[in-house]
Write a protein that binds this ligand. Structure first.
Ligand SMILES: [Mg+2]
Length: 127
């Protein structure tokens, strides 16, 4: 899905060290949290660009974290969680499309929010 070269990531981890990369991963996750918060508060084309940038940072950093901690363990957990999602869908779990998400607590929908919404990326909201 994304072109993330593991050879480059290994070189980065070796050059800067595991602890620094773990701290960098924390920073990038925090930046993504903040951009998602900004987007949900006031969605614009700019917030979408920021979210995309931070998703890229987090993807790169989480790949490094997997390499540092346990590639096989992460692989196993991803398989397990994807099977769970698939099972959720088979049981009638909700799938929302076009940026609409259901607020499960209040039981009402929150409308889609931007012109960049595409119908090709359903959002999963497993119960
Ligand atoms: Mg960042």
């Amino acid at each position: 899905m994304f072109k993330i070269d593991p050879d480059i990531l290994v070189q980065v981890i070796c050059r800067f060290g595991q602890d620094l990369q773990i701290r960098k991963a924390q920073e990038e996750c925090q930046e993504l949290i903040e951009t998602l918060r900004d987007h949900l508060r006031r969605p614009t084309a700019e917030t979408i660009d920021h979210v995309a940038e931070e998703i890229a940072d987090v993807l790169i950093m989480t790949h490094q974290l997997a390499m540092i901690f346990s590639p096989s363990g992460v692989h196993h957990q991803v398989d397990k969680k994807m099977r769970r999602l698939k099972g959720c869908l088979a049981l009638g779990g909700e799938v929302q499309i076009n940026g609409k998400m259901k607020d499960e607590g209040a039981g009402h929908e929150i409308s889609g929010h931007h012109e960049h919404s595409r119908g090709d990326s359903p959002r999963l909201s497993p119960r």
